[in-house]
Design a protein around this ligand. Sequence first.
Ligand SMILES: *Cc1c(COP(=O)(O)O)cnc(C)c1O
Length: 232
Amino acid sequence: MIKITIKENIEKIEELIDISAKKTGRTKDDIKLIGVTKTIDVDKIREALDNGIRDIGENKIQELEWKIEELKDIPNYHMIGHLQTNKFKYIVGKTNLIHSLDRMSLVKEIDKRSKQNNLVTDVLLQVNIAREDSKFGLYKEDLLGFLEEVLSYKNIRIKGLMTMAPHTENEDLIRSVFRELNQLKKDIESRNYKELDMDYLSMGMTNDFQIAVEEGSNMVRVGSGIFGLRNY
Ligand SMILES: *Cc1c(COP(=O)(O)O)cnc(C)c1O
């Protein structure tokens, strides 16, 4: 049996992130590495936290909830998966960033619950660049109208964009998806909206984070690359 050493995996990934970042005049310190901990038990998560991970990402509310209970405020929490509107109430005030805002019903719910709790919730708009039926996210032609509408809600704050590339061996296709998201971010920035800071481009997972960083990502979401293959 091969023992996965989380420490070595993290070191390797940070090294690769650094190489890709340097191609764009940055270093690994400019890129936030989110450890994706879905299905991973808290002992392994603690090992990752002991080895430099500061941010963890989950894609299910229930799992996020109990891990927050266990780990308290040690890491920053990211909700990276599809978020059901009626479940946001369980994590209000507990996440640093929600990566998957993609529809008005969810905007209204997040704003309402955040207001009730006297806080502002930070979000990324998820864009379905490749228009895959299997994925959530806004189509790019709807992005600007959606963003402008969200800007009128005071208890929700847009911090950038997120996408997932298609699951494919075709690196050119993956690269074009990431490049397009970066371009959309630049287009939005050039409009100089008041009170909008597009700080984050969340793109890149285990199989494509190097391409993503080369194309401007500053937030990568890596699961199996750190914790090993998930058995589901
Ligand atoms: C699972 C997941 C990841 C990480 O996937 P890996 O291939 O294990 O790195 C990243 N982003 C989202 C939204 C996920 O659901």
